[in-house]
Design a binder for this molecule. Sequence first.
Ligand SMILES: C[S@@+](CC[C@H](N)C(=O)[O-])C[C@H]1O[C@@H](n2cnc3c(N)ncnc32)[C@H](O)[C@@H]1O
Length: 404
Amino acid sequence: MGAKRCDDLRLTGSGGSNRVMEAEFKRLVMRSPFQVRVEKPLREGDATLLYPFDARIAWVAACYHRTSSRISWDLCSSEAVRLEPLYADLLPALSADDRLPGGKHLRFSVEVGASTDFEAGPLQLRGVVKNAIVEALTPRGVTAEIEADSPDVVFVARRAGPAEARRTVVGIDIGGGARHRRGARVAMGPAPLRETMAAQLIILSRWDARTEPLVDPMAGGGTIPIEAAGLAAGAAIRKPPDLAFGHLAAFKDMPRDVPDLFPGTVPRILSLDVDPARIPAMVGNLRAAGLTGPSHEDSIVIAEQDVCALTPEYIERMLPAARGMKPGVFCFNPPYGVRMGALDDKKLLALYSDMGRVLARFKGWRAACFVANPQFIEVFGHAPIMTKPATNAELRGNFLVYQF
Ligand SMILES: C[S@@+](CC[C@H](N)C(=O)[O-])C[C@H]1O[C@@H](n2cnc3c(N)ncnc32)[C@H](O)[C@@H]1O
């Protein structure tokens, strides 16, 4: 047996996100400060991409990639499914690994990912990985200790690989933890869309920020408009000083600054909701994301509006800067009826049907939504040009794209 050295950049997303994650990453790397091309990744299942590790592309992924949920650097893997053989495999592999963090003192934690086919509980698995790391670092003069709250470096242990060749993989989280946490949202609505899902939705809509306006007619806390603005500018979601880079020699020559990758793109975004109580939350979230103030004034517009009364004239009036642009894109996630207790079923179906009627007035526009209500497609009354199953915070649904 023995552990095998790996050297992969692992991007993990929500179910079915492989293609979108890959397309986004390719585009970002092309605009990055480095003369580097991404190779075709290996796909593990439908929600994991593996790239040969290169600090430059890892830097781009960690700082800018919006559709992945976690990003890690795989260091080694073992066939072991029990604790003792795993320790016996990991210790020599980690001891000989010059990619581990250096310094005199290291505060670290170990997170355990998917591990149901490991023959011990996650806490025991974590304990063994932790012991192997401490033992591997001690002879180098590094005192390593567990620090759960603000670790310098987070290691990750998980079972991964194709069903017939599953392995226990140990790596380092380089993406700053759960990436749907952008660190900006100050107020959550009753049914927020995860940021990673919002980014996927916008990419699936094929929005071109330079030529098309984007309208979220039911924006709640503004997640979709905020992600849209970030995607348009190629804005970073993580800064190198907040990541493990400072402790890893591989990243020592990487830039500390994270400029926009698409500078100069001024998107035209309209963020609407019928509920006046949502507006302050939307404004607060936009402000926290740095998207308010004079430079954004006619780029992102917020208003209280019922989607059922939406007209092309209204959009032109509210978003005058979009005049002369091509037909635009609606991106939204409507109430599902699951978490929105206030709306009864009949009202909800009437809303879907009204929306189908109203949005069809927008000739040449596309609409992309994430919907977790199986009746939506029928009641909305149009045939989607794309349907893609997806899950938002345990709620199963579909990404749907329409062309009007
Ligand atoms: C599922 S939430 C959207 C969540 C949002 N994407 C976010 O991440 O915060 C649905 C939103 O639709 C809004 N809504 C319901 N009926 C509407 C209508 N007739 N017109 C406009 N917005 C409406 C609700 O107020 C709610 O904020």
